[in-house]
Design a binder for this molecule. Structure first.
Ligand SMILES: *[C@@H]1O[C@H](CO)[C@@H](O)[C@H](O)[C@H]1NC(C)=O
Ligand SMILES: *[C@@H]1O[C@H](CO)[C@@H](O)[C@H](O)[C@H]1NC(C)=O
Ligand SMILES: *[C@@H]1O[C@H](CO)[C@@H](O)[C@H](O)[C@H]1NC(C)=O
Ligand SMILES: *[C@@H]1O[C@H](CO)[C@@H](O)[C@H](O)[C@H]1NC(C)=O
Length: 430
């Protein structure tokens, strides 16, 4: 089993840069004028198997693959689209924006403009429906569509589409995505795509029975587990708000320079980012903001923090952020984050990210406190997953091998978040 260490990312960075020959680490100079040569460095994200291309002209940042929009040959059903942007438009007319309450919480105005995401009934309804459908079409995945590797894009008999994640025998990635989704629900996040497990089998009773040839061609083994994730329509790249770039090693407070001038659109983005850094801290997600910090520190170039955020999608019409692809969270990431070789560095990145904001969503503040107060919060999460997903049992053996220290670390990370929130609160009232 290969569990990558963070050092490998370094190694890959070096190899890629050297291979490309466009630049070398020693003479990497950043061009800040509009007529920069169009040279790139490439940053490999080996966990996701993707390569990001950072233009040397920071303003001209681009990713290797430009398009993320899926080819559509069926009319999808049961998708989350067309959430009304009216709330944002209405709020934009109000000026100046009352952004923060009690000096620490996003205001009702900001909260009211955050796109709602998946309600309890939508996410539960989707899972229930998906479990009863049969897969009728299996399509190759790509970086832009359901990730690469062994994943597939599937179409069900009612036309619904989903991403199918298959990592056997490295099911820690399927578990990671699944547990992150349930953790998201527990702390009130509605913008983590729904995940439902599926027993892959070529029995006639299986939901895969009409595509057995396709799954065999995909190299999937009989009697294993895959997961389906809800496909969010009309999403595109997300970008880091300028104020986060400007404060990449600091904390954003209501008093941070520039904060008072932010419009509602940016405030709504920031409120969602304030959730993201907490979610990623608890799960020790390596493959979103952390990899970016890694690039910044490795090259000692702040501008690498700019641009598209990997594994974070933004809805094109309502601006809602989607915390997609959490497969490396918890099970894969904890051993990496706490390994001797990476511990200090990773801890540094994660602490810095956690401290990005001293402004929180009330619900997240309350829910994280509630979870952290539990004697054994991981057990609560585990029970919720097993209660909702009987198929999880099939992965217990692999899960066990990733459980060393996990409960304690999970609780400690929750307590660290609570500690930070409380520090912000005493500061704001003091
Ligand atoms: C899907 O990918 C496999 C290799 O993984 C390739 O042989 C096949 O041609 C691809 N199918 C399509 C339709 O692109
Ligand atoms: C079912 O799976 C087994 C094991 O992978 C394989 O040998 C067999 O050919 C499959 N049967 C069908 C009908 O696809
Ligand atoms: C595939 O797995 C199922 C269990 O899910 C089993 O009943 C069936 O016999 C297997 N098929 C083959 C061909 O091995
Ligand atoms: C809000 O501010 C951002 C960042 O300055 C800007 O790009 C965007 O156009 C503004 N939106 C509106 C509606 O003014």
């Amino acid at each position: 089993m290969s569990v990558f260490t963070f050092c490998h990312i370094y190694a890959l960075l070096v190899v890629l840069v050297v291979l490309r020959g466009t630049t070398s680490l020693d003479d990497l100079k950043i061009c800040s004028t509009p007529d920069c040569p169009n040279e790139h460095i490439e940053v490999a994200d080996e966990i996701a198997g993707t390569i990001h291309r950072y233009s040397q002209n920071a303003a001209n940042f681009q990713e290797a693959k430009a398009s993320r929009s899926p080819a559509k040959d069926v009319e999808p059903r049961g998708h989350v689209n067309g959430q009304s942007p009216e709330a944002i438009v209405t709020a934009q007319r109000q000026h100046p924006v009352n952004a923060v309450e009690e000096n620490i919480f996003w205001s009702a105005t900001v909260e009211g403009a955050i796109p709602p995401g998946l309600s309890y009934s939508v996410t539960e309804g989707w899972k229930k429906r998906i479990r009863q459908l049969r897969v009728v079409k299996v399509e190759n995945a790509s970086i832009d569509k359901c990730g690469s590797n062994m994943n597939r894009h599937v179409v069900f008999d009612d036309g619904t589409t989903a991403c199918a994640r298959y990592r056997h025998p490295m099911v820690q990635f399927v578990l990671g995505d699944l547990y992150c989704y349930y953790l998201g629900r527990m702390i009130g996040l509605q913008n983590v795509p729904t995940v439902v497990l599926s027993h892959v089998s070529n029995d006639s009773s299986s939901q895969w029975s009409s595509v057995t040839a396709d799954i065999r061609n995909a190299g999937w083994k009989n009697d294993t587990v895959a997961s389906f994730s809800l496909w969010i329509d009309n999403i595109g790249k997300s970008h880091l708000p300028e104020i986060m770039f400007n404060n990449q090693r600091g904390t954003i407070y209501p008093s941070t320079p520039g904060f008072a001038d932010l419009n509602i659109t940016t405030l709504v983005e920031l409120a969602q980012f304030s959730d993201l850094v907490i979610f990623d801290y608890i799960t020790a997600h390596l493959d979103r903001m952390t990899i970016r910090k890694n690039a910044v520190e490795y090259y000692q170039q702040d501008w690498l923090y700019k641009g598209e955020v990997h594994n974070l999608a933004q809805h094109k019409s309502n601006g809602g952020l989607w915390f997609i692809d959490n497969e490396n969270g918890l099970f894969n990431s904890y051993p990496v984050a706490y390994s001797k070789a990476n511990k200090e560095q990773m801890q540094g990145y994660h602490e810095e990210l956690l401290r990005s904001f001293c402004i929180f969503r009330r619900s997240t503040f309350k829910n994280v406190h509630g979870l952290a107060r539990m004697e054994d919060p991981f057990n609560a999460l585990d029970m919720a997953v097993h209660h909702n997903e009987p198929v999880t049992k099939m992965m217990e053996e692999v899960k066990k091998s990733f459980m060393v220290g996990l409960k304690e670390r999970f609780k400690q990370r929750l307590l660290n978040v609570v500690h930070w929130m409380d520090e912000c609160q005493s500061r704001s009232s003091g």
